[in-house]
Design a protein around this ligand. Structure first.
Ligand code: NAD
Ligand code: HP7
Length: 310
């Protein structure tokens, strides 16, 4: 049984990490969050210690170490811009880090983490759960077997968020990286994993509530559109009472991937514990892509562009 601690215990995503730690047969010794609404811990680890102050959490881990209890993993579920700091804290405590996406906001943050991995001998793992999705794995195998040609891919990912989103850290580009980083990174990672590295990255729309562009990959031309604004949902979808619309087509054929998200965090933990986690090398390409999208100047769409752009 491995010993875990967790940072960011009161947030939206934390139940998936708690379930993954429990369902892989491991223990959570302690958790930290600035916000104290963490009763969820009782459903998974009723004996875990909880701290709202970093210093007391740090002191507790130090006490555990002096008593001979090693921390094996630190799970990190905090806002995106804090990940690199919390990863360093994990590695300095001689633990491996399991960190939510995006691992960091900028490519140079990855370089800094490479150094601390070397210094400590501990590892950084990133949750890239779509790589474990059965439909996405099947698509990767199919494309790899199909030989070299350029596919036409359309990614349309509309997932409505209320006003809270823009008043939280998620709506602050300096903290979340913006929509292409916070939401899009899953798909940029998945698409480059399947279709190869980015050759050209054109941005057509870059707004707080939406982003769009065209990516030229080694084996695909990807027209992409992301939105968190309900107004962008097609009328026929709204009429069904839905607030999300997710579609990926490859040469016009839809890839069904809406189901099967449920336990991908547990699958991710299983792979990490078996020694097959995704590390800095795997995380780097999509971090570069979303950084490039963030700093790009949007250009007027001419020629190839996602149909939702105009
Ligand atoms: P959230 O805002 O709901 O939760 C973040 C938590 O971190 C909050 O409880 C907050 O109080 C806490 N926090 C903030 N600063 C802290 C600090 N300095 N020390 C300790 N705790 C601190 O956000 P969320 O939606 O749970 O997102 C958390 C992370 O998970 C983000 O990196 C996000 O991108 C990622 N995420 C991933 C997925 C996925 O599909 N893999 C889904 C949602 C979120
Ligand atoms: N929801 C909340 O109540 N609070 C939140 O903080 C987020 C959602 P989905 P996921 O928004 O930050 C996606 O769209 O797939 C509500 C991204 N992941 O299914 O779980 C929401 O209003 C993730 O990287 O959300 O998460 C819905 O009612 C990104 O960090 C419901 O939860 C996260 O949005 C489900 O919402 C975000 C993927 O796209 C795979």
């Amino acid at each position: 049984m491995k010993n875990f601690v967790l940072i960011g215990a009161a947030g939206y995503i934390v139940p998936r990490h708690l379930a993954a730690i429990r369902d892989t047969g491991n223990d959570l010794l302690a958790a930290l969050d600035k916000f104290d609404s963490v009763g969820i811990l009782d459903s998974y680890f009723p004996t875990a210690h909880f701290f709202t102050e970093f210093e007391r959490f740090d002191r507790h881990l130090d006490k555990l170490k002096r008593k001979g209890t090693a921390i094996d993993y630190v799970s990190i579920c905090t806002p995106n811009y804090l990940h690199d700091s919390h990863i360093r804290f994990a590695l300095r405590n001689h633990a491996d880090a399991i960190c939510e996406k995006p691992l960091v906001l900028n490519p140079w943050n990855v370089e800094a983490l490479r150094e601390i991995e070397k210094e400590t001998g501990n590892k950084v793992y990133n949750i890239l759960q779509l790589r474990l999705h059965p439909s996405i794995k099947a698509l990767k195998e199919k494309i790899a077997a199909d030989g070299d040609r350029i596919y036409d891919v359309d990614l349309t990912y509309l997932t409505s968020r209320g006003n809270w989103y823009f008043n939280s850290w998620k709506g602050d580009v300096t903290k979340s990286g913006g929509i292409a980083t916070n939401i899009g990174i899953h798909f940029f990672d998945m698409l480059t994993w399947i279709f190869g590295s980015v050759k050209e990255n054109v941005v057509h729309v870059s707004e707080p509530d939406r982003a769009a562009g065209v990516l030229h990959l080694e084996k695909a031309r990807v027209r992409w559109f992301l939105s968190v604004n309900y107004d962008h949902i097609p009328e026929e979808i709204k009429k069904q009472g839905k607030r999300t619309y997710r579609a990926i087509t490859v040469d016009g054929k839809e890839i069904e991937f809406s189901d099967g998200f449920g336990d991908l965090h547990t699958r991710s933990y299983e792979e990490i514990l078996k020694g097959n986690g995704f590390g800095l090398e795997e995380a780097m390409p999509s971090i570069q892509t979303v950084h490039d999208i963030r700093v790009a100047t949007a250009v007027a769409p001419t020629g190839e562009y996602h149909p939702f752009v105009k």
